[in-house]
Design a protein around this ligand. Structure first.
Ligand SMILES: [Zn+2]
Length: 561
């Protein structure tokens, strides 16, 4: 071994980045949480960082969209984890505050599998969604809704959101109401959150069509702004098909209106085709355009398997028709996918339905009863996943939950890997300190915490000669300092060993992705400190990874190759 021969000459000890008096300064200067005073201040993080893309919220637009307000009064973010957030949506017309992420069960006004009253009492639903266009077109329901109000017709005490018929427009090509008419109707029947008639442009259409339809949608949002809707909140759907730049532009336009809630529209065809990677690209693009404080609804995201992924992107509201539609076909939802009732010998669930009945007993129920039992199970699973997500955001473990869900289906894994392509965006709202970082898959190497550590390496001061080692600190004084190297983070001063995320739990049998990420960290540190001599003592890193390191790094293999 030739560990740093000739490096004793550097005696500039005053530049050491470790030592008894320095740790706090090191962590504060570099933006690390202090060991004992670790604070979780995500909301301040958001404010400090501004909107996701740094675009000024106001002044970007001229004409009718200029001079919009600078804050959404209806939405408040309580805490964040990755891109996910716990928030409160205030719905003034219903006089309720909905905790987000929230699930909106879809109610067909003409047939309810589970009554809205039961949704509230038994499942704790704070908000639901129904279709004003169907109500508008069904004479007896319409007259009753106009006379008594939607809350009375449905018998639901929470907030009621209404869709406009855009879905029918996409399915059947035309509808017979305008944005002004349907918003006035939604207001007249007592909806709490109304929706204009946007154009849900499907995936993969020509750019010309996507642009033309987006223009129409944007005209309708401006028309919606002009409608007197009183206290009713109004949504501003974000379209743009599978063109991320159009989604971002649409998000920026919607954000500059004075509308209140922002559904990302027309992603159902993508989800039906298991194109979760494209869903992630569409949603993250829309989010880049929207302000950080905009409540985001993922329109039509009904399967609980993908809620954690969607929440990690920063979606706050989900609607589910799946619980009822799947029940009609004897399909049983789980957070790891869908099962056919006929294939189940046991129920992998402890909800009241599954605890009371065996699969055989459910199969023997009459059609209507069986559908209701399956719908109830499907709802229990769905609401339980929402609670699990909220707890994960609180505990700072949302990405670990996403990693688990990503193992349910290869296309979910594509979705998670695509989300990690946007780690820099997630990093902006990721808390500086959490309980623990668990490295549970090689995707963990691309988490925002790793990216953040690499960025902070630029801020750490280094001595003239530095040993980076996966082994113990050397006894001699050949180097001015010795830093630890831990995959996936890479190098850090020993004084930061107890700071998040460097306290990570990482498997002893590390993987290539973690080593590659550590090497990226070494490269970053070396490149930002051209005057320092670096030696890296590693435990048998593969040659293909070693070759990516700057040539001037002296390498020592601790495994004695
Ligand atoms: Zn169950």
């Amino acid at each position: 071994m030739n560990v740093g021969s000739g490096m004793i000459r550097h005696l500039g000890r005053q530049r050491l980045s470790f030592g008894p008096a320095i740790p706090t300064g090191v962590s504060e200067a570099a933006g690390y949480p202090t060991v004992n005073g670790a604070t979780n201040t995500p909301v301040q993080d958001i404010h400090r960082n501004g909107p996701p893309n740094g675009t000024p919220r106001n002044g970007t637009f001229t004409g009718p969209l200029a001079n919009t307000r600078s804050m959404r009064e209806c939405f408040e973010i309580r805490s964040t984890d990755a891109g996910g957030r716990l928030g409160e949506l205030t719905v003034p017309r219903a006089d309720v505050t909905v905790e987000t992420p929230a699930l909106l069960p879809v109610i067909n006004p003409n047939l309810d599998t589970i009554s809205p009253r039961r949704l509230a009492d038994e499942f704790g639903a704070e908000i639901l969604i129904t279709n004003s266009y169907i109500i508008h077109g069904t004479e007896d329901v319409r007259e009753e809704a106009l006379a008594n109000g939607l809350h009375d017709v449905l018998d639901f005490p929470g907030a009621i959101m209404t869709d406009s018929g855009s879905f029918q427009l996409a399915e059947y090509g035309e509808i017979d109401v305008t944005t002004e008419e349907i918003l006035e109707f939604q207001h007249a029947i007592g909806s709490d959150i109304g929706t204009p008639v946007d154009i849900p442009t499907p995936p993969d259409v020509s750019r010309e069509r996507a642009e033309a339809e987006l223009e129409t949608t944007q005209e309708r949002l401006e028309a919606a702004e002009a409608v007197d809707t009183g206290e009713m909140l109004v949504t501003a759907p974000v379209q743009g098909s599978t063109y991320p730049d159009l989604r971002e532009r649409a998000g920026r336009h919607a954000d500059a209106t004075d509308l209140d809630v922002f559904p990302v529209g027309a992603v159902v065809p993508l989800m039906n085709d298991y194109r979760y990677d494209d869903v992630v690209d569409a949603v993250t693009a829309a989010k880049r355009g929207l302000g950080a404080d905009a409540p985001v609804h993922l329109f039509g995201a009904g399967h609980p398997m993908m809620f954690a992924l969607a929440a990690a992107m920063g979606c706050d509201l989900f609607d589910s028709a799946a619980y009822a539609l799947y029940a009609r076909d004897d399909r049983y939802l789980t957070v790891r996918g869908t099962r056919n009732l006929d294939d189940l010998a046991y129920f992998p669930c402890s909800c009241p339905v599954c605890a009371s009945y065996s699969p055989t007993e459910i199969r023997e129920l009459p059609d209507r009863k069986r559908e209701e039992a399956l719908a109830a199970h499907n709802l229990h699973v769905t609401f339980a996943e929402i609670r699990r997500i909220k707890q994960a955001i609180r505990a700072g473990t949302l990405l670990e939950l996403v990693e688990q869900r990503a193992r349910s289906h290869p296309t979910m894994l594509d979705g998670y890997r695509t989300l990690l392509d946007h780690a820099a965006e997630l990093e902006r709202t990721d808390p500086v300190s959490k309980g623990a970082f668990f490295y549970t898959s090689h995707e963990s190497a691309r988490r925002p915490e790793v990216l953040r550590h690499h960025r902070r390496l630029d801020r750490l001061s280094v001595p003239d000669s530095l040993l980076l080692t996966e082994g113990d600190a050397p006894r001699g004084d050949e180097f001015d300092a010795s830093w630890r190297v831990e995959p996936p983070f890479g190098p850090f001063p020993r004084a930061l060993s107890k700071s998040y995320p460097l306290t990570a739990e990482v498997p002893d049998r590390t993987d290539r992705a973690a080593i590659a990420a550590a090497a990226d960290g070494v490269t970053r540190l070396v490149e930002s400190n051209p005057d320092t001599e670096f030696t890296l003592a590693h435990r048998g890193w593969p040659a293909t990874i070693r070759d990516r390191l700057p040539a001037r790094v002296e390498l020592v293999d601790l495994t004695g190759e």
